[in-house]
Design a protein around this ligand. Structure first.
Ligand SMILES: [Zn+2]
Length: 384
């Protein structure tokens, strides 16, 4: 949900896809950074790929229409073939490919359902097709692939099993609230009317045993969330499975995300393979912010300022992955001599499936071990 408290506009993310003013917020996406350093990049249905950043568009971008179906397996395969051709016939260096499943089915039916399991099987077949396509296009030795997502999914709790959170039981929206982001699941924000912030906070802070309400400046630091100017003065999140409704209960999702990222259900997946990745390597859990410097490393580009650390993710790369200048020098020479093409340049394909569930059991086992050893932080990221 994109919003602007000055205009009181709210837009779902898909309706903002080609509207630069909603995306160009000063952060430079990797496509643009890589392009500026001589790489050829493309976005296939990837969120944000349709906007311009500092006046610059992604070299090639296919944008999902608002009504684009999420789950058409035949189209998924066609998309893979198109991307393979971009690498083989047009020398792209970096392509991001996005699928809106199993997020869609997870919301509609819930994560622990037959429909969701069937969608996970469809994704599994698609990854099989991707591997086959990479081989068919002779890209096995030239393409690094990262498969990840941006959040997990949990089953929502409903009445009569629980008492649902309805804010109008505790505050008058008409009298106290100027603008709100509620009714979207387990997270919410309020802009109180002038002078009403304390009244709203006091009325809500102990209102429901599964609702956590904060003034913006007191929101827990571990979320790395509340400092942005567009974050509203009252920030709240519900315990796992509870939705936050505003005036009336409009919410109907059976599954959702956006809860505290300490919950195992909110974790996501990360898989990577290709010539620069170790084989059968099991990484410790990590925060998704560390993928960015890894991608920059693989592309041989200098990152923008960021909060990730390459030290966390580069253990996945083969030991010979340079003493790294080697690969970058090879890449630089390839760029100077485009005729060398794919025989030297290693492309990077990022496939993003939104939300995961299939690897939960695996992750849980690993997480417990990590917890006992008090080692690294789990993968965590709140979603779109
Ligand atoms: Zn979602």
């Amino acid at each position: 949900m994109m919003f602007n408290t000055e205009t009181l506009w709210k837009y779902s993310f898909k309706t903002t896809q080609n509207k630069t003013e909603w995306w160009d917020n000063g952060v430079l996406p990797l496509w643009i950074t890589a392009q500026r350093q001589g790489r050829k990049t493309a976005s296939f249905h990837y969120p944000g790929g349709g906007a311009k950043y500092q006046g610059e568009a992604v070299q090639r971008s296919l944008v999902e229409s608002y009504t684009h179906p999420n789950g058409n397996e035949t189209e998924w395969r066609q998309n893979i073939d198109i991307v393979m051709n971009w690498f083989t016939k047009e020398d792209f260096d970096f392509v991001t490919l996005y699928y809106g499943e199993p997020d869609n089915v997870g919301h509609l039916y819930g994560p622990d359902t037959e429909k969701r399991r069937a969608m996970i099987q469809q994704i599994d077949r698609t990854i099989g097709y991707l591997l086959e396509a990479i081989g068919r296009h002779s890209l096995t030795e030239h393409l690094n692939v990262i498969i990840t997502s941006d959040h997990g999914m949990t089953t929502m709790k409903k009445k009569p099993n629980i008492t649902e959170i309805l804010l109008s039981n505790y505050i008058s929206f008409k009298d106290l609230v100027q603008f709100d982001i509620v009714d979207y699941g387990g997270f919410g924000m309020l802009l109180p009317k002038p002078g009403q912030e304390e009244a709203v906070y006091q009325a809500l802070k102990n209102a429901h045993p599964h609702l956590n309400v904060y003034k913006k400046e007191e929101f827990p630091e571990r979320f790395h969330f509340a400092k942005h100017e567009r974050v509203l003065p009252i920030v709240m999140y519900a315990d796992s499975g509870y939705s936050i409704s505003g005036r009336i209960i409009l919410y109907f999702n059976k599954g959702d995300h956006g809860f505290d990222n300490v919950y195992m259900d909110m974790k996501t997946i990360f898989r990577a393979f290709g010539p620069d990745f170790k084989k059968n390597h099991l990484a410790e859990p990590f925060d998704s912010i560390h993928i960015y410097p890894l991608m920059c490393k693989l592309l041989g580009v200098t990152p923008e300022p960021h909060n990730g650390s390459l030290a966390v993710t580069q253990e996945m790369l083969v030991d010979t992955y340079d003493q790294q200048t080697g690969a970058e020098m090879k890449r630089a020479s390839a760029l100077q001599n485009t005729a060398i093409g794919l025989t030297v340049v290693t492309g990077v394909l990022v496939v993003l499936f939104v939300a995961s569930v299939t690897f939960t059991v695996f992750c849980r086992k690993k997480m417990q071990r990590a917890d006992q050893n008090s080692t690294s932080e789990p993968v965590r990221m709140t979603g779109l």
